[in-house]
Design a protein. Structure first.
Lengths: 126, 375
């Protein structure tokens, strides 16, 4: 991974309203154990990551948004490969962040992803 | 002419304070007259079993009229007005009084979950489909008569028991407010279909004055345009909306309409987020919908609303350089406010209790300031 590597995040249908995603897309939830799962964009395309997520893993996603490793570095969020679940899996680590620090970082990452735009859209509605 | 106090129901509820009666309620009183007349005829036939019908002109010269409205929540005074005692034999008046008394006794029986058909023939119970239809939760019409001062309360629930006590009733009509989109409109037959947010489809007729709005909603179907419809709905015995009987108001909704979005999120089930993720509790969604309605001004930008993994709701606003979130716990009604200004890199966090109106006022003030400060 390099600074410009895209970190691909799947978007749950309920986390998209009228074309806008929630900052929760980039904030670890309790199930994430402080580590936000992403696809390493150097290893898999946005469309193929969506196919893996919805078909192999059986989850639902309306599309793929992305931030870069550099944008995570700017928020002091380490990014590291975590190929155990599958080879292209990586994590953005929020360990040691308070809830407000996580909120702040998630909002920055959401803005960066929005500015970059959809990397893949499963359909045009929502 | 003689004028005699006949029935003086007391209307209970905030809408009826200060002797005010919504005009829509007068329709209910008009149906009450129809019912009294029909029952008076049946009382006459009961006393005269050899007759097949009531005498010609049985009701001529007699009317029920609203003659006053008294204090004490609103209390319409309905009087029996007899134009001429020559046209209206005095003993006929007793049939009207018995009809009235039986209506009140049937309401009292329904209130106490007792059988009602001992007081009213089954076929006449359907009148209650149109009496009290505009009653809302917490409202009641209390009936007393000169012979019984104990109030019999007609509420949404007692009305339902009265209507459904008739085996002929397939369901009942009720005032209803729905939100949905319009996938179909047939201008030739002037009918249309609304798809509710839970996916149910119901049909209704298009009144000429609503045609433009329905056409706009149909044109905007693919982009998610929704409408708010207020009118009379026909419900089956399981309280499922079957059709729109009439429409009073229809308007296009803001794409971020809060009740519509919360209704949409009501369809989530546990496991919605990667097999985890709790569904927001239904009563919590009702509470939040009402809380926004009561406390959030119409002139401010509406929030985007998303579910949280723990079964809560997160409201978000993007206001210039500010990214704002309010994570709401639907059970405790507490919330966490977080605001980030990306230009100054400053953020602030607060806890707000959303049962506290002053905390809503604080929040509204902050949003207003970020939105330009104009009130």
């Amino acid at each position: 991974m390099t600074a410009s590597t895209l970190l691909l995040r799947q978007v749950n249908p309920s986390w998209l309203q009228h074309g806008r995603i929630t900052s929760q897309v980039f904030k670890p939830t309790p199930k994430d154990n402080e580590r936000l799962s992403v696809y390493d964009g150097d290893q898999i395309s946005p469309e193929r990551s969506w196919g893996h997520y919805t078909t192999t893993l059986g989850h639902v996603s309306v599309g793929v948004m992305a931030v870069t490793v550099a944008e995570c570095d700017a928020r002091r969020l380490p990014v590291e490969p975590d190929p155990t679940p599958f080879p292209a899996h990586a994590v953005i680590r929020f360990d040691g962040f308070s809830n407000s620090q996580k909120e702040k970082s998630a909002k920055y990452l959401k803005r960066a992803a929005e500015n970059r735009g959809w990397q893949y859209r499963a359909d045009a509605t929502g | 002419m003689s004028i005699e106090r006949f029935l003086y129901p007391r209307l209970k509820g905030p809408r009826f304070e200060d002797r005010a009666i919504p005009l829509e309620f007068l329709r209910d009183l008009a149906v009450l007259e129809e019912m009294v007349v029909e029952l008076a005829k049946l009382e006459f036939l009961r006393d005269n079993p050899n007759r097949k019908r009531s005498p010609k002109g049985f009701t001529e010269g007699i009317e029920l009229k609203l003659t006053a409205i008294e204090d004490g929540s609103a209390r319409p005074i309905i009087s029996l007005v007899v134009a001429s005692t020559a046209l209206f034999p005095l003993n006929h008046q007793t049939f009207f009084e018995r009809a009235r008394d039986n209506i009140v006794k049937a309401i009292a029986a329904a209130e106490n979950s007792l059988p009602v058909t001992g007081y009213l023939p089954e076929k006449t119970l359907t009148y209650f489909d149109r009496i009290g239809r505009s009653l809302r939760d917490g409202e009641a019409i209390e009936f007393t008569t000169p012979t019984s001062q104990e109030a019999a309360k007609l509420t949404k629930e007692t009305r339902r028991r009265l209507v459904l006590a008739s085996s002929r009733a397939q369901g009942m009509t009720e005032d209803t407010t729905i939100r949905g989109c319009v996938p179909e409109a047939d201008q030739e037959n002037m009918s249309f279909e609304v798809r509710l947010l839970d996916g149910t489809k119901v049909k209704g007729d298009i009144a000429p004055q609503h045609l433009d709005t329905i056409r706009d909603a149909w044109n905007g179907y693919s982009t998610g345009t929704r409408v708010l419809i207020q009118g009379i709905g026909r419900f089956n015995r399981n309280e499922r909306l079957q059709a729109l009987e009439s429409i009073e108001h229809i308007c296009l909704l803001d794409p971020l309409d809060v009740p519509a979005r919360l209704e949409e999120l009501r369809s989530l089930r546990d496991g919605w987020l990667e097999g985890q993720g709790l569904a927001p509790p239904s009563e919590g969604l009702d509470w939040l919908s009402h809380a926004f309605d009561r406390n959030y001004p119409e002139d401010l930008p509406l929030p985007f609303l998303y579910p949280t993994e723990e079964g809560g709701i997160q409201a978000e606003w993007s206001l210039g350089p500010n990214e704002v979130s309010l994570e709401i716990d639907l059970k405790s009604h507490t919330s966490d406010w977080h605001k980030l200004n990306v230009e100054t890199d400053t953020d602030e966090s607060r806890s707000l209790h959303l049962d506290n109106q002053s905390e809503w006022k604080d929040m509204v003030g902050w949003i207003r300031d970020m939105n330009g400060g104009e009130e």
